[in-house]
Design a protein around this ligand. Structure first.
Ligand code: FAD
Length: 755
């Protein structure tokens, strides 16, 4: 979490979680640079290691074995992880434009986004072929393709375009896997034909003749037809046309041709080479923009051109890290010369490989074992991270602060508390200046004409609801944190059957340089406003102060018809209990802090926390909800007890029906629980015969504190199934009926658990 202990002086933004950037993250984790804030923007949370892609396709590796999880790695590095896609650069304002968030500012930028096979140059290719990259998209296509091929028993023809190492390896891996799948079903693969197309005279251009001969032999033995010396010039869904005019019918086309660069780089004004790759010097620094660095496939090192290969991206990692540190502290960069020859270990799909380097080549099962050993060792560096004890160091010690920054930091240390801790009005104005709060006629005085207080009208016949919530930041991404804080705060109003009207923001930002505070605030507020605006809620004012760490909350007002208020009391025996969102945010966020949660679990948990209860509330109302609340800090059980008490009923809760977020049971199994859990567990006395479930791994999740949790509603039994179906239609895919309301018994404990 960002704290005031080490004020941010410079922002280093990494775009793309390629092979070089994972090394930068690891190295910054081992040796942080005080005063430097790292931000990783990546389209994928689990970044693929391409050396293992053929093994993944062949079925030798699982998804986790072949991917680096950027979530824990960024935590290790102390980096903010933004799960997003960069789509442009504004080189003048030094910011990265992303698909799903406000621009991200940088002082130093590094780009390691890899390449994708070019499809645009060949008529009909885009849309009709499956490019091998982005790999995650390829894997989705590959699974669908496998299902299609397995469903057929008449002739299928699979064409792979591109016979470099990647294309050859991929074809052989595809063939091996399909053969295994068919064998497992008692079938042969005789009906599948494979063809390899390349524009070069021979396969594997770039490799030595011995290696080529070995692969030609393997391809012949495996019945693969090779069409070399003629580029594919046109594609239709079931046909490839080569330069000599021959049409080849194909059912599936995999595209593994020469690497192409993302067009937005050149469009942003960065100097690029003839193919659109970022032109860099031998220190990996952009030739046109000294604050921008690039590595891996996307970089074109002008002095030392090399083929696009993961080997170079990996080797550039340490050099890039060193030069980024140097750029951040204003020191001279160190040039380096990449090696000319490098070892390639190219697999044949069946745990057999060919090693090729310079003029020699060797083949055999031992080569595969060697490749497997090297690849697994590489992955361990990133998926098994050491524990680091870190003592904060002053930012000035790292040399990143210039004289002006040092003056500003000294002034920060002298700042007063009280009103002096308020963020300056110019910073606030600039941060909020770009944002457009939702405007409502019933907000008579709001942010558009600021006064000492906001003024809201309460329409006749309506009552006003008030609620407040506040959080310390629990994730590093201020834009997403802002969304969750706002969404959570609105939850109480929806749970009461109301419509939020206005919100006042309460924000604490860590002390820091004005520019950094402004940037943080604008990201945070942009996230919050996205949610408030979608909920047609006016941001009517707020209070922002500097403090030890980032925090945000909202005082929210809502309007409701008195007669339609949904209360916690009112449950009736026979009602069914409907929960709209899965449980587990507490344990998952705790595990995330300890780097024990998988990135995809946190992605799903954040998506759930961002999902609004706005559509769920009228839905449960429509199906006759007799009582309702939102599940938050007290956990499911705590909030349930808050409902049973005023309702004067007991409840039978079905453990087997509870919806859980992915990974929540895994983190509970690891013994990782939220720090709030012990307080919630005190309510165990509300559960009858709890000891019957003492060893049940699901039990802790009924006490798990939720952030922006779902609604818990009591619905008449004859309408509960229809209500559930309607909720699912509205996008609450995990909504579930989790129990039944029973008449009040003479027992002390109102909750009866069932397995
Ligand atoms: C089938 C196949 C097998 C291969 N096998 C090998 C091998 O064994 N050894 C070898 O050395 N090379 C191999 N290669 C080549 C290798 O894939 C590339 O050279 C290598 O992946 C380049 O690494 P990189 O770090 O530049 O980028 P990548 O590894 O491609 O990583 C790019 C990252 O950036 C992210 N990203 C992309 N665009 C954006 C964006 N706009 N915004 C945010 N994030 C973005 C991606 O999600 C990804 O995380 C193989 C290639 C193929 C096709």
């Amino acid at each position: 979490m960002q704290s005031a202990a080490e004020p941010v002086i410079k922002d280093l933004v990494l775009v793309g979680g390629g092979h070089s950037h994972v090394a930068v993250l690891r190295r910054f984790g081992m040796r942080p640079m005080p005063g430097v804030r790292l931000t990783m923007i990546c389209r994928e949370t689990h970044t693929p290691y391409s050396g293992m892609l053929p093994g993944l396709v062949a079925g030798h590796y699982s998804f986790d074995e072949a991917h680096i999880d950027l979530g824990p790695l960024c935590r290790f590095a102390g980096a903010r992880f933004y799960h997003d896609e960069a789509i442009a650069l504004d080189l003048d304002s030094q910011s990265v434009q992303c698909r799903g968030r406000p621009p991200v500012k940088y002082d130093v930028l590094s780009i390691n986004i890899g390449s994708t096979p070019r499809t645009a140059d060949v008529a009909g290719a885009t849309g009709n072929v499956v490019p091998v990259k982005p790999i995650n998209q390829f894997m989705t296509h590959w699974e669908a393709m496998t299902d299609r091929v397995l469903a057929r028993d008449n002739g299928v023809r699979i064409g792979v375009v591109g016979a470099g190492a990647g294309g050859v390896e991929l074809l052989l891996a595809v063939q091996y896997r399909l053969r295994q799948e068919l064998r497992a079903r008692g079938r042969s693969d005789d009906h599948i034909a494979y063809a390899l197309f390349c524009d070069s005279k021979e396969i594997l251009p770039g490799h030595n003749a011995r290696a080529r001969r070995m692969f030609e032999r393997v391809l012949r033995a495996r019945g693969v037809q090779v069409f070399s010396g003629g580029a594919v010039v046109a594609v239709s869904p079931d046909c490839l046309v080569t330069a000599n005019g021959i049409e080849h019918s194909v059912d599936e086309i995999l595209w593994v041709t020469a690497a192409g660069a993302a067009p937005w780089l050149a469009a942003s004004g960065l100097q690029v080479d003839a193919q659109g790759f970022i032109a860099v010097n031998d220190a990996l620094q952009s030739l046109s923009h000294p604050g921008v660095f690039a590595a891996g496939d996307i970089a074109s090192v002008q002095k030392h051109p090399r083929p696009k290969s993961g080997v170079f991206a990996v080797r550039q990692g340490p050099k890039l890290t060193d030069n980024l540190r140097r750029a951040l502290s204003g020191r001279r960069l160190r040039p380096f010369r990449p090696q000319r020859r490098f070892l390639s270990l190219i697999s044949t799909g069946d745990k057999y490989a060919v090693a090729s380097r310079g003029n020699w080549a060797l083949e055999g099962r031992l080569m595969w074992r060697w490749k497997d050993h090297i690849d697994r060792r590489f992955m361990r560096r990133y998926n098994e991270l050491p524990e680091m004890a870190r003592a904060p160091r002053p930012a000035v010690a790292s040399g990143v602060a210039d004289a002006a920054a040092i003056r500003e930091i000294s002034a920060i240390a002298m700042r007063c508390g009280g009103c002096g801790a308020k963020v300056g009005s110019t910073v606030l104005e600039r941060a909020l200046g770009q944002l457009q709060p939702f405007s409502r006629p019933d907000i008579l005085i709001g942010l558009d004409a600021p006064d000492d207080a906001a003024v809201a009208a309460v329409p006749p016949g309506k009552v006003m609801l008030h609620s407040v919530d506040y959080f310390r930041a629990f994730i590093e991404d201020p834009y997403v944190f802002g969304q969750i804080a706002a969404n959570h705060s609105l939850g109480d109003i929806f749970a009461m059957g109301g419509e939020p009207q206005s919100a006042l923001a309460i924000v604490t930002v860590p002390f820091g340089l004005e520019a950094k505070v402004e940037d943080l605030l604008s990201q945070l507020m942009a996230g919050a406003l996205k949610v408030l605006n979608e909920a047609e809620t006016a941001l009517a004012g707020g209070h922002t102060s500097e403090g030890a760490e980032l925090g945000m909350g909202f005082a929210v007002n809502g309007l409701a018809d008195r007669a339609r208020l949904l209360r916690k009391g009112g449950m009736r025996p026979g009602d069914r209990l409907v929960l709209t969102k899965p449980l587990g945010t507490g344990t998952l966020l705790a595990a995330d802090m300890r780097r024990k949660a998988k990135g995809r679990w946190i992605d799903a948990a954040l998506a759930s926390m961002v999902q609004s209860n706005r559509a769920a509330a009228p839905c449960v109302h429509q199906y006759g909800a007799t009582a309702c609340t939102d599940v938050t800090g007290f956990g499911l059980l705590g909030h349930l007890v808050e409902m049973t008490r005023p309702s004067g009923v007991d409840v039978e809760l079905m453990l087997s029906a509870l919806p859980f977020l992915d990974g929540a049971l895994d983190t509970v199994r690891l013994g990782i629980l939220s720090s709030l859990q012990p307080q919630n567990v005190r309510l165990r006395r509300a559960v009858r015969d709890l000891s019957n479930f003492a060893r049940d791994e699901r039990l802790p999740l009924i006490f798990d504190p939720q952030t922006a949790g779902g609604l818990l509603a009591s619905i008449p039994s004859d309408r509960a199934d229809a209500c559930l179906a309607a909720l699912r239609q509205l996008g609450y895919g995990h909504a579930a009926i989790i129990g039944t309301v029973r008449p009040l018994s003479d027992q002390l404990e109102p909750i009866v658990l069932r397995g």
